[in-house]
Design a protein around this ligand. Structure first.
Ligand SMILES: *Cc1c(COP(=O)(O)O)cnc(C)c1O
Length: 452
């Protein structure tokens, strides 16, 4: 029998996260306080984050111990399997070997619990009783609800009103795990009331929901805020994905020529690729790491590398990153998790330094790739994940063209069981490529204040 699944035993699960800040050729530019424009210190972040996470955010330690309690919860679904995609390879007729890491096996259905569990743990350690957050499509809200449930903490989720109405089952799942879910804008925060006063029928936005969640946390001693992507400590927690992949590939004597992931805020791509970039920097390995983003929200391929705020309201520090400008209004594509104007500062710096590559792909090709995958390997991917699949298929076809027997690894960041409306639309021929017009990107970037 062919070995389709490469399974790492529980006892061989990595016990430390990898921090790429220890190995970057160029150091990160510091985050800046949005008011003073001076480097933001721990005291600027402590009203909404626990000290342990602030330390990880700024740490240059290469290896950071995963706490025993976090490992214990990880072991409910980790190590996740690594699959060889024999059926997909055959359908494409490619000489390349394709491997995918199955992060859809977590209880919430994606990679996001890898950081949610760690964040809930450190907050609990520092006496925090409740976490607040925002969610768009609902994947992050579900992951944090799950994590708070394990640690017996309260969880408040501000869910963008349009998703609250259109994605009732993600809301149900959050409530099953005990979270309080509000359709944002609400009348319980000042930010929410300000919006409702001007537009009583507002359907909300991620920017408004972030403002509500941050305001909720900043005002209360027992409450902190939690973010599911972009920040350095999130990239750190996700490194478990790539560290496991390395062990699993070793078991079958393989090393990837390509490592591929989809890019929203950058966390699952960072998770699978950073441990390999470690080898690229330290051991001169010839591995190519490629982040795949939507043509409709192309921060890495068309954005500027500059300081910008992380939210529409301007509560968050200014971060040096590839951005389309915080005024950028992404078109309503179905991959909700990839509709962020910016990009993780770590992923951005590495892209700027030429250590990673980026490609942008259109919606039609993405859904076609998702169906090819579902009809060969059987798994229905999240629309976000389907971007990575499209990227992997394109590379596999390039290998076919060149007659090269390369090894491709990609991250299956989550399943698409809650995204069937999008698949319905695709099957009904309603999904079209949307490319964000360059003039609008230029306009949005031009409106950014020049700081660097
Ligand atoms: C949230 C999400 C993403 C995008 O976020 P990143 O931080 O870029 O990983 C991708 N895939 C899935 C399944 C998600 O839930």
């Amino acid at each position: 029998m062919r070995e389709r699944k490469i399974i790492l035993s529980e006892k061989d699960m990595p016990k430390k996260w990898y921090n790429i800040q220890a190995d970057m050729p160029n150091p990160m530019q510091p985050p800046l306080h949005p008011g003073t424009k001076k480097p933001a210190g721990p005291e600027d972040l402590s009203p909404i984050f626990p000290m342990a996470l602030i330390e990880q955010e700024m740490s240059k330690e290469r290896w950071i111990d995963i706490p025993e309690e976090v490992l214990d919860i990880y072991s409910l679904w980790r190590p996740s399997p690594l699959h060889r995609a024999y059926n997909l390879e055959k359908a494409l007729g490619t000489p390349a070997k394709i491997y995918y890491k199955q992060e859809g096996v977590s209880p919430a259905g994606s990679h996001k619990p890898n950081t949610a569990v760690a964040q809930a743990y450190y907050n609990k350690q520092e006496g925090i009783k409740r976490l607040s957050t925002e969610t768009g499509a609902g994947q992050w809200g579900c992951s944090l609800a799950l994590a708070c449930n394990y640690f017996d903490m309260d969880c408040t989720v501000y869910m963008v009103k349009v998703s609250y109405k259109q994605k009732p089952y993600r809301r149900s799942l959050m409530e099953v795990w005990g979270a309080n879910v509000h359709a944002s804008p609400t009348d319980t925060t000042k930010s929410g009331r300000d919006v409702l006063e001007k537009t009583p029928d507002s359907l909300g936005s991620l920017g408004i929901a972030i403002s509500e969640a941050v305001e909720d946390a900043a005002g209360k001693k027992d409450t902190n805020y939690s973010l599911g992507s972009v920040l350095n400590h999130v990239m750190l927690h996700q490194s478990i994905i790539g560290l496991e992949c390395k062990e699993q590939l070793k078991m079958v004597d393989q090393y990837p020529d390509y490592v591929i992931g989809c890019c929203g805020g950058g966390s699952n791509f960072a998770g699978i690729s950073f441990p390999f970039i470690h080898d690229k920097i330290r051991d001169d390995k010839q591995v190519r790491c490629i982040g795949i983003e939507p043509l409709a929200c192309p921060s890495l391929t068309k954005g500027s590398f500059t300081y910008d705020i992380g939210d529409a309201a301007g509560f968050t520090p200014l971060m040096m990153m590839y951005t389309l400008g915080h005024d950028f209004m992404p078109p309503g594509i179905h991959a909700g998790g990839l509709r962020y104007h910016g990009q993780s500062p770590l992923v951005s710096q590495l892209h700027h330094d030429g250590l990673i590559e980026a490609r942008a792909v259109g919606q039609e090709g993405v859904f076609e790739a998702a169906l090819t995958f579902a009809r060969t390997e059987g798994i229905l991917p999240a629309p976000e994940t389907a971007h990575a699949i499209k990227g992997a298929i394109d590379v596999a076809l390039e290998c076919k063209e060149a007659g090269e027997e390369k090894t491709i690894l990609f991250n299956l960041s989550g399943h698409g069981h809650f995204d069937l409306t999008a698949y319905d639309d695709y099957l009904a021929g309603k999904i079209k490529d949307v490319e964000y017009p360059q003039e609008l990107i230029d306009e949005s970037i031009a409106s950014l204040e020049k700081i660097s």
